[in-house]
Design a protein around this ligand. Sequence first.
Ligand code: MG
Length: 498
Amino acid sequence: MSEKLNRLKEILGEVSDLNHAGSVLSWDQQVNMPPGGGEARGQHLATLGKISHEKSTSDEVGKLLDDLKREFDGVDSDDAALVRVAARNYDKATRVPSEFVSEQAVVTTAAFDAWVAAKGRSDFSTFQPHLEKVIDLMRKYVEFFPPSDHPYDALLDDYEPGMKTAEVQEIFGKLRPQQVKLIKAIKSARPIKDDFLHKTYAEKKVWDFSEVIISKFGYDFGRGRQDKAAHPFETSFSVNDVRITNRYEPSNPLATLFSGMHEAGHAMYEQGINPAYERTPLANGVSSAVHESQSRMWENLVGRSLPFWEHFFPELKKTFPTQLDGVSAKSFYKAINKVEPSFIRVNADEATYNLHIMLRLELEIGMLEGSLAIKDLPEIWNTKMQDYLGITPPDDAHGVLQDIHWSAGLFGYFPTYALGNLISAQLWEKINRDIRDLDEQIHKGKFDALLAWLRAKIHVHGHKFDPQDLVQNVAGSKIDASAYVRYLNKKYGDIYGL
Ligand code: MG
């Protein structure tokens, strides 16, 4: 192996250590830190981030990458992939000047505070000037990159490497009418009873049940842990230390089970990455959408399926005999899959979720292009909610102000949530062709063949392939809506007798 490659790996290994140390601090901030620690923690993270940025964007790294790109041109190997991904990260990190990064921090900090206040008062007008500044920043950011077919491409690329805006628009364009049609059909079907889901379920028992489920999935507690935090998330410091958080909401007590499955899905991906990639840029999931395909698969395709609950429901009922008195596995299954158009994205069911995303993508593109005036945003939001979901938010807090993303300058992220759903269904069709008795196995509470499949086809590769290539190689086509549409129509056709 070349000396230059060794030197690059040495530097990137240190960068990885610094970034993981920062992740440990962020995890601690959300899990353990007393409220008074916030300011100091901000400084710790800023210092680590600065050192990491300096190290990863140094002239030495640039020179090494230039030489190694030539050496590995046309080569297909892990090292070639490492050089390609490192060069890409380097290019992105060096295009954006540090003055911009500081300006962005100032603007989004103020925008976040304004958003919290505006949401509290349900008054978009006080957030509007801040959002206008954020949009100006996004336009500036796009300018740092070579011209593309669409300015949104540069934003999307940060989360979904290589994906184009036009591709997403085409996929969503096919998906939207299908989902709208399904929801209309469900609306005229007989409503599902789910009152028993909202009784009182003791937190400790729900939490323990969640750990039973994810252990059976194959989440390795010897290399992970589940802690309580305000928001469920997954974070990885190494393939041998991948942690998740969860929460308990008394108004929706069993949601803990599903968010545990979701985050464990993310975590099993990270636990399954080739250990040889440790301390390199290949030791991550490949993109936000592929990551989300893993979490959604365990949460929805497995965890909201009938075979799954035919296995787990008797145990759940034994744990909560009064709450689930008179409830069958089948009626429990129907209740956890109840479709109801609602205002808030994070509470949306599988049949309506993607429509919340499509609405946001259209608005993000409109704002960036300038074809949409920021002051008109609440009105356009409400009109689209009516068109897609048949409901109109009562106020801005339940509409345009509900998500944190825009105040934080996170543009380009939303579509990956929906793309993840689509990929999960594409993979699921392939898995079911490869593991013919998968339903039977899930019915018995066996998940080892499923996890082994995901490990071999997706997890082990880490960031080695571009997401569209990975999906193409594994599922046989690029990201596409048809498998998800088949899945939704079959599932909800059965549940609602359509
Ligand atoms: Mg997720």
